[in-house]
Design a protein around this ligand. Structure first.
Ligand SMILES: C[S@@+](CC[C@H](N)C(=O)[O-])C[C@H]1O[C@@H](n2cnc3c(N)ncnc32)[C@H](O)[C@@H]1O
Length: 240
């Protein structure tokens, strides 16, 4: 049995603004001997790592995978055998549509010690950074975070009975999302918005309704990464 030297920190980098990583996450980054990071993590965060730190981009971005998940798992294990402190840096929160959970389970099976350091998810930071709350006291009391794209591209998208819905990975599949929203009984006049590159300098918001979002997203060439928020809160935003 190989002796496992290292500890792995599965860290949420936050949505883009490098200042939105947690103090704990940043501390782990500064002491990392090896860093495995995704595309979505703010590149500026990399400069906090020691110059001797081995940095490996294992990123996933908009369908492009540099490495398959099982390769990433194996690499994490290999680096934990070699180094004392290994950081796995992931965009947003590591457990929100991010496979951090799978990585944690794999490490556990392999007997590698690890710690999960949560991050600010784009699902919350996206709307909030444009003044849109996900809940409002006594009025908007339910919110769901959903995937806008399933493995089987033809699979039906979920549209549960919540007042606010936030879809990640939905730009390319907006037609199917709209179909699901209408099928769930929502009115075509329900407000919604795409928030692109949340918390980054060139972030923007495209406001619409369920009935117009597909056309507007095309007209304004909305591109990933973007979150789609659906519900009355879009109208309530303090910048609306
Ligand atoms: C694979 S998921 C990872 C989500 C991430 N773990 C999180 O908590 O934000 C990637 C999707 O997150 C959303 N996303 C990530 N960063 C974003 C940003 N800065 N602005 C808007 N959406 C973002 C987009 O919907 C993107 O397609």
């Amino acid at each position: 049995m190989k002796k496992i030297r290292g500890k792995v920190y599965i860290v949420g980098a936050g949505p883009g603004d490098p200042e939105l990583i947690s103090v704990k996450g940043l501390k782990s980054l500064k002491k990392a001997d090896c860093l495995l990071y995704d595309f979505l993590s703010s590149v500026e965060l990399l400069r906090y790592a020691k110059s001797s730190c081995e940095k490996v981009c294992v990123g996933k971005k908009d369908g492009l995978h540099l490495k398959e998940q099982n390769e990433i798992n194996k690499l994490l294990y290999k680096k934990a055998l070699k180094y004392k402190n290994v950081v796995r840096l992931k965009g947003g929160d590591p457990f929100i549509f991010s496979r951090g959970y799978e990585e944690a389970r794999f490490l556990r099976q392999k007997g590698v010690s690890f710690e999960v350091i949560p991050g600010i998810t784009s699902a919350i930071a996206g709307p909030e950074s444009h003044g849109i709350p996900l809940t409002i006291k006594n009025r908007i009391s339910s919110v769901a975070i959903l995937t806008g794209r399933k493995k089987d591209i033809n699979a039906e998208i979920d549209a549960p009975d919540c007042q606010t819905l936030v879809y990640l990975m939905g730009v390319r599949n907006i037609a199917n999302i709209v179909r699901a929203l209408v099928k769930s009984g929502r009115k075509k006049t329900t407000p919604c918005a795409f928030i692109e590159k949340a918390t980054q300098k060139d972030s923007r918001i495209v406001r619409a309704t369920i009935g117009t979002i597909e056309e507007k997203a095309k007209r304004f060439s909305v591109k990933p990464p973007a979150v789609l928020i659906v519900g009355e809160v879009v109208k309530d935003g303090y910048r609306s």
